[in-house]
Write a protein of this length. Structure first.
Length: 325
């Protein structure tokens, strides 16, 4: 599989970012795009010189020239759109959050395993070189045993009640939009939490505008996480260990620099990103496809399901339920 032929389903802002990332990966070829709007499919196709331009998702899923589809639709559509592509025999990379809830995630994962098709959550942060370096440092015991994680991801979106981020019908709110980043970071380090607690402010449109989360793990490790879509935060992350700590500099969710401290020693590590960062997860997907893998060891499906269950628990505690659930 020298060339991996990609399709993009859903052509919003993040699809543009993904198309740019594809251009930076050798052997990646964007061959088809699909939108509910014929005009948008044509315009997107013109911009990126894509031969296949479909006014409908079914036609994209059925295109025999497509090897894998990147699902970039709004959160509530992820499950149905991923299953549409899987049922057509396509591999799938589904943008985070993987689905709206864990029940949907279970169905998508079950179909991928039944169809023996590759499937991965598009948690792009995890594939940055800095994150790979952090995993190596933790494996080597550089900061001893990791015991605590602190991370925040908050920004202030403009007041538009019809915007995706503030729209309950589109799966809006802080937890699904940016909380998934923080929970995924803690999951990468500690695994599945044994106890989950959270508080959230539910705003005028019914979504969680900000939330404070505490996750406890089986060996007593703790993660404290702060997420928001109407409040600015530093967007930094810390990993505390028994022998040292790691500070991931802002914005930690697309990381290019960190400081590793052990005793009086401080080491600043900078790994500037290539392209726009989407290229790293794209390269991982293509590596998996070429090796015949059905999921990534770096972002495995069971972990994605665990993260969705954690978010379900937190939403229940905060009284947040989407109308389509």
């Amino acid at each position: 599989m020298d060339t991996v032929r990609w399709g993009i389903l859903g052509l919003g802002r993040i699809a543009n970012d993904f198309a740019i990332g594809l251009q930076a990966v050798p052997g990646a070829q964007l061959v088809a795009v699909g939108s509910r709007s014929k005009e948008k499919a044509q315009e997107f196709g013109e911009r990126y010189a894509v031969p296949g331009r479909y006014a409908g998702y079914e036609e994209l899923a059925a295109d025999p020239n497509v090897d894998i589809v990147y699902v970039a639709t709004p959160h509530p559509m992820h499950a149905d759109d991923a299953m549409l592509c899987l049922s057509a025999g396509k591999a799938v990379l589904c943008e985070k959050p993987f689905t709206l809830n864990a029940a949907q995630a279970e169905k998508v994962i079950a179909m991928a395993r039944q169809k023996k098709r590759f499937l991965m959550e598009g948690m792009w942060t995890r594939f940055y070189p800095i994150m790979a370096k952090i995993r190596d440092l933790l494996d080597d015991g550089t900061i001893g045993e990791p015991r605590m994680v602190q991370a925040d991801f908050g920004f202030r979106v403009g007041w538009d009640i019809e915007s995706r981020i503030l729209n309950l019908k589109l799966g809006g709110g802080a937890l699904l939009d940016v909380g998934v980043y923080c929970i995924s970071l803690a999951s990468m380090i500690f695994g599945t939490p044994s106890h989950v607690t959270g508080e959230a402010h539910i705003g005028e449109t019914g979504v969680d505008e900000q939330a404070a989360l505490t996750l406890r793990y089986p060996k007593g490790q703790l993660a404290t996480l702060f997420v928001a879509v109407r409040t600015n935060t530093p967007q930094a992350a810390y990993i505390g260990g028994t022998e040292g700590c790691i500070q991931i500099h802002s914005p930690w969710w697309c990381p290019t620099a960190m400081c590793v401290a052990r005793g009086s020693q401080r080491e600043n590590v900078a790994l500037p990103r290539e392209s726009n960062g989407f290229n790293y997860e794209i390269a991982e997907v293509m590596r998996c496809l070429r090796e015949g893998k059905l999921e990534s060891d770096i972002m495995p499906l069971d972990e994605t399901l665990s993260i969705m269950r954690t978010m379900d628990t937190l939403r229940t505690q905060c009284g947040l339920k989407y109308p389509m659930e």
